[in-house]
Ligand binder design. Structure first.
Ligand code: IVH
Length: 666
């Protein structure tokens, strides 16, 4: 990236982050997950580090946001309320420990590991043991005085117990709302036909800032305290001692914290915390690892934004408990039946989830999933939420095992278990669910990428009998589209144009879109490179196919069977009659095919490019990108938060490279 591009990106990121800060801190209604927000902040910090000439005092990378609202008195914290540096990566966490141990010249440094509570930060001042003030973080220096609202929190001590209380102390912590209370309030709102709140954290943040005390009184908030702000005189020497003291003073504490030594000790505690955190009363989104001794903390000090003696390790995958209210069966484009959990809506990684996959019949049987069960659902990154286990101890006495249907729920054809496959299948090629699925797949981004031809449009076109095969798409007329629901002339025209444009897209897209069994995007690219036309592929025999890299016998047999089926070839012929003219891949000159024959796997978040972009770069140079690490893998391209793939690559001795090395190879 040159200086001009960096400047543009930095400006764009600053704008974007400021907007999200405003949404999160002031409006209590964020649009993106913490994970995505942290990613933006990280990108900005890295760019600013690489281009110090573009640094600016008012960059959001230098601040902790600002929650101050009108209607509250401001109060200056005696000690600023800082934020924490955070990471999602084990390697970065270990690097943090190495850094602080080196700076202090101590091995196996004692740390405290605490849950990171996902609430609203608060600083509570006690003078001579009596509560005098509760203040929000504000901009870190100055916050809003929310004492009146905080006093509605029953468990917030008005007075510290015991004789050893300091003259003045700021105790920091988080205000939060329990899930039950959140559900209760939302149920009431639904009844009153009001828009429900999005999640407990936002509702807690909104409540703390309400000026109508009667309303505040109706919503139950809770608090947990863990942090030491200003304290005079100093009464403890370490964070662990402070936790003990808080307990004696009668303050609501974290349910558990760990006193450990060194990186491995801390890591074990982080894992133990992750195991048990769903049972805590408050939502947690990570662990906070702090150097225990206050003297060492002061020795390391802080940056303008965060202390150097602590770090937050955030858990990307989130789990939640909910009730399985029903099970529906979805029929995919290949006829496979997938069980789907219909859930009592639950918040997961910041979004409301009401459906999750149950994978297949075998998985369901293995977990013994039944309607009415309490289940744990998990969502990691962009992955679809899944039911990962059942809480058998909570199972209702009258529950019965789920019986899988023997007929296709869409077309009533008896379903069949094909040898060697896990899924049950509907073998009726005209099953409406399969017809829709094939069309959706063909038009999807991974295939022909026909904008405007999504699930809802496909459904209408099929219902009206306008299309049943992919060739029919190319017979659609402008007039057919104008009376579709929510379709104006403009959208109809756009769709007609998008369909027309798709005729000349890359050959691999068409190959992938045809839905040949076993042929995913990667095999489609191999086949397009090797055969360069559908006609050539159609004439290939088994030996030629299996001789290709990336094509096994099963795939080869799938391809042959597909082209032996007359219905398939009729559709293909029709497609070409209607003007399909796919673009064959360019032949790479030797010089360009720098990565020919090399197999890459990509994992984690890369610093400057999306995984898709890295993939396109590798493929443009003749390399291949596979989804899983094996002995055949030549390189693992690993970014931040690389997990199991990295471990596997290391185990197999596969060379691990970063974005820089990749670009270096070219
Ligand atoms: S210690 C100097 N410990 O997370 C800042 N913070 O994302 C020291 N938080 O600002 C903070 N749980 O509001 C600390 N166990 C914990 C925490 C915690 C939640 C909040 C806190 C902090 C924010 C950073």
């Amino acid at each position: 990236m040159n200086a001009k591009e960096a400047k543009e990106r930095i400006d764009a990121l600053r704008e974007e982050i400021k907007r999200h800060d405003e949404l999160y801190h002031r409006q209590a209604s964020p649009e993106i997950s913490d994970f995505d927000y942290d990613r933006l902040k990280r990108e900005l910090a890295d760019l600013e580090e690489a281009h110090p000439e573009i640094a600016s005092e008012d960059s959001p990378s230098m601040s902790v946001g600002d929650d101050r609202a009108s209607g509250f008195k401001s109060y200056t914290h005696r000690l600023p309320m800082q934020s924490l540096d955070n990471t999602y990566s084990k390697d970065e966490f270990f690097a943090f420990v190495e850094r602080v141990e080196k700076a202090l010249e101590i091995q196996e440094l004692p740390f405290v590991v605490e849950p990171k509570i996902d609430g609203v930060a608060v600083s509570v001042t006690y003078d001579n043991g009596k509560l005098t003030r509760a203040v929000t973080r504000g901009n870190g220096i100055e916050g809003d005085d929310i004492t009146k609202n905080a006093l509605f929190i029953e468990e917030l001590p008005r007075e510290l117990k015991g004789k050893d209380v300091p003259r003045t102390i700021e105790i920091r912590g988080e205000i939060f709302m329990k899930n039950e209370e959140f559900d209760r309030i939302n149920a009431e709102r639904r009844e009153a036909e009001l828009e429900p709140f999005m999640n407990p954290r936002n509702l807690a943040a909104g409540t703390v800032k309400m000026l109508d005390r009667k309303e505040v009184a109706k919503r139950k908030l809770n608090v947990v305290l863990y942090g030491l702000g200003y304290c005079e005189p100093r009464v403890v020497d370490s964070q662990s001692e402070y936790q003990d003291r808080l307990k004696r003073w009668g303050v609501p504490l974290v349910e558990k914290y760990w006193k450990v030594r060194g990186a491995d000790g801390a890591w074990n505690a982080i894992e133990a915390l992750d195991e048990m955190r769903e049972r805590f009363a408050y939502p947690t989104d990570g662990a906070v690892i702090k150097i225990d001794a206050l003297d060492y903390q002061s020795e390391l000090g802080a940056t303008s934004k965060a202390p150097r003696w602590a770090i937050a390790y955030k858990f990307a995958a989130e789990q939640a408990e909910t009730i399985l209210e029903g099970i529906t069966i979805q029929v995919g484009r290949t006829g496979a039946l997938t069980p789907v959990a219909e859930l009592k809506p639950v918040i997961l990684a910041g979004t409301t989830v009401s459906r999750a996959t149950l994978h297949n019949q075998e998985e369901m049987a293995r977990k013994d999933v039944r309607i009415g069960d309490s289940v744990i659902v998990e969502k990691a990154g962009e992955i679809i939420p899944a039911v990962i286990r059942v809480l058998i101890e909570k199972r209702p006495a009258d529950s019965a095992p789920f019986t899988f249907p023997v007929k296709c729920p869409e077309c009533e054809t008896p379903v069949i278990k094909v040898d060697g496959e896990v899924a049950l299948r509907c073998l009726n090629a005209n099953c409406p669910a399969q017809v829709r699925g094939r069309l959706e797949h063909f038009a999807s981004r991974q295939c022909m990428d026909i904008e405007g031809l999504g699930i809802a449009v496909v459904q209408q076109l099929v219902d009206r009998g306008l299309v049943s095969t992919i060739a029919d798409i190319y017979q659609l007329k402008f007039e057919d589209l104008t009376d579709l629901e929510k379709f104006a002339e403009k959208s109809a025209r756009n769709l007609v144009e998008a369909i027309e444009r798709s005729k000349t897209k890359e050959l691999w897209r068409l190959l992938h879109g045809l839905g040949i069994p076993q042929v995913g995007a990667s095999a489609a690219k191999d086949l397009a490179n090797a055969f360069r036309s559908i006609a050539a592929l159609r004439g290939a025999d088994l030996d030629t196919l299996v001789a290709l890299d990336g094509v096994g016998e099963k795939t080869a047999l799938g391809i042959i069977a597909f082209f032996e089926n007359e219905a398939n070839t009729a559709v293909i012929d029709q497609l070409f009659d209607l003007g399909m003219n796919p673009l064959a891949p360019e032949k790479l000159d030797e010089g360009e095919a720098l990565l020919a024959g090399k197999i890459f796997v990509i994992t984690g978040t890369l610093p400057n490019m999306k995984r898709d972009e890295a993939k396109a770069i590798i493929e443009s140079k003749g390399g291949k990108v596979s989804g899983s690490v094996s002995k055949k893998t030549d390189f693992l391209l690993a970014g931040e938060s690389a997990g199991s793939k990295l471990a596997k690559a290391e185990k197999l001795g596969v060379e691990v490279i970063g974005e820089k090395e990749l670009l270096g190879m070219l």
